[in-house]
Design a protein around this ligand. Structure first.
Ligand code: MV4
Length: 454
């Protein structure tokens, strides 16, 4: 096992990884920016080093500072968390070049999935279902021909994009060329790669993702799916596991497909295979997230498997602790991401001091967070305060438990999204579980109607 693990991240995920290391018995090294000296991950780690000023580019993304801290402190592995360096093939390779284990997949697997057009080509060659689409676009007439045949709407996507970044929906041929040009320009600017491709656009599908674990010995298992359809501007708000739309038969099909996706790139580590699911239960591979995800905790709640512990064990070369037939999913879990944002002001970030903080508890309630009473939320990073997760034997019980926990939660000093969730969790459409990626738009429209009536 590793002698010492450096966590190249901050906030709730740094705390999550430190906790897993502590349970295994591995000492930890926290790194932090000048703005994060009072963060919980700094005090929970065995040792902590300031690696730069507040800007992420000079601290959490500062590769020389992180690598030298690992070398000086004697850390033999780095956990990247999510965001920041977690999907950087270059960082993974630099770690390896310095004799430090990157706790994640190989640079090669990250690259194969990071390039979306290449990932689609790989899936096509392995008979994994993908949406009808093109390869990289180099010719407007070929693009027009595909779109005419597939029918509008279509979606232009940057091959270096992902997670909703660098996408443009096109409704008719007369808008196609300008959108390709705009998408290429943006892709060059944001990702330094102007490659784009086109897919048939599915209107309001469900966003379903499958958690997988893959070890060095060729074992790959799936831990069921999460439904992440409730999003705002590609930020997930509510996630649940299992999906209310997936039955045992589809779950097995999705799971086995996700395992084939992982095997197609010789994946090693924990990962998530993202699919879109249409009304007829057809599903299509979208992308693979080659990291631990924010919403992994709800899968832990229904599977009783510590995903971060498995991730560390896999990186250390140990075999998975479970085989597919040992995995039994039980009950239902829901997560709300609580942010320091004002839902009444278009989710505007609300940095400042949390002067009062009482987290909910009780059976089936889990709160993963790095905050405490008196903690000051810096304005430089994302605005997540905590992840509130509730488990219960059935979806309706989990939903009611979530409502109870949301009502119990006290956070004062900053605006939070708690009131928004208290309302959403009682929504009739959410209660029925019949939503798709169009949910939030529809929900906002219905709220406006109700306000007009009043
Ligand atoms: C799509 C799509 C519909 N059709 N591709 C968004 C994130 C990225 N992983 C893939 N995404 C999508 N790709 C095709 N061909 C729908 C989404 C999508 C989405 C789109 C608009 C608003 C919310 C969304 C939530 C999840 C997925």
């Amino acid at each position: 096992m590793f002698k010492k693990v450096l966590i190249a991240n901050r906030g709730e995920v740094a705390v999550r990884v430190i906790r897993a290391c502590r349970e295994i018995g591995i000492p930890t090294v926290a790194v932090y920016s000048e703005a994060d000296a009072d963060s919980l991950h700094v005090s929970l780690a065995t040792e902590a080093y300031c690696i730069g000023p507040k800007e992420s580019s000079k601290s959490y993304l500062n590769i020389p500072a992180i690598i030298s801290t690992a070398l000086i402190s004697g850390a033999d592995a780095i956990h990247p968390g999510y965001g920041f360096m977690s999907e950087s093939a270059a960082f993974a390779e630099i770690c390896e070049q310095h004799g430090i284990k990157f706790i994640g997949p190989s640079g090669s697997a990250i690259r194969k999935m990071g390039d979306k057009a290449q990932a689609r080509a790989t899936m096509l060659s392995k008979d994994i279902p993908i949406t009808p689409g093109t390869g990289l676009i180099d010719n407007i007439n070929a693009a027009k021909k595909f779109c005419k045949k597939a029918g509008y709407p279509v979606i232009v996507k940057a091959t270096a994009g992902g997670g909703g970044k660098g996408m443009r929906i096109v409704n008719a041929e007369n808008e196609l060329e300008e959108n390709i040009v705009l998408c290429k320009t943006e892709a060059q600017k944001f990702f330094g790669n102007s490659g784009v491709y086109i897919e048939k656009y599915l209107v309001n599908p469900r966003h379903i993702e499958v958690q997988i674990l893959a070890d060095r010995h060729g074992n790959v298992v799936y831990l069921g799916e999460r439904d992440c359809s409730i999003q705002r501007r590609h930020q997930k708000l509510v996630e649940e596991a299992p999906s209310p739309a997936v039955n045992d038969k589809i779950r097995e099909k999705l799971g086995k497909t996700a395992v084939r996706v992982a095997k197609a790139v010789k994946y090693e580590g924990v990962g998530t295979v993202e699919f879109l699911l249409d009304k007829n239960n057809n599903f299509y591979f979208m992308e693979m997230n080659t990291r631990l995800q924010v919403e992994h905790g709800i899968t832990e709640l229904i599977s009783s498997i510590d995903i971060v512990r498995e991730q560390i064990n896999i990186a250390a070369g140990l075999p998975l602790s479970v085989s597919q037939r040992d995995i039994v999913l039980k009950g239902h879990a829901i997560e709300c991401r609580i942010n320091a944002e004002n839902p009444a002001k278009n989710f505007m970030p609300s940095a400042g001091v949390i002067n009062g903080y009482v987290a909910p508890g009780g059976f089936g309630v889990r709160v993963d967070s790095h905050v405490y009473s008196g903690y000051s939320i810096p304005p430089y990073y994302d605005s997540m305060i905590s992840k509130l997760m509730c488990w219960a034997p059935t979806r309706e019980e989990a939903r009611r438990r979530m409502y109870r926990a949301l009502k119990e939660y006290v956070i004062t000093g900053v605006e939070t999204t708690l009131p928004f969730y208290q309302d959403l969790i009682e929504d009739e459409v959410f209660i029925k579980g019949v939503f798709d990626t169009g949910f939030l738009e529809d929900y906002n429209r219905r709220k406006e109607e109700q306000n007009k009536d009043k």
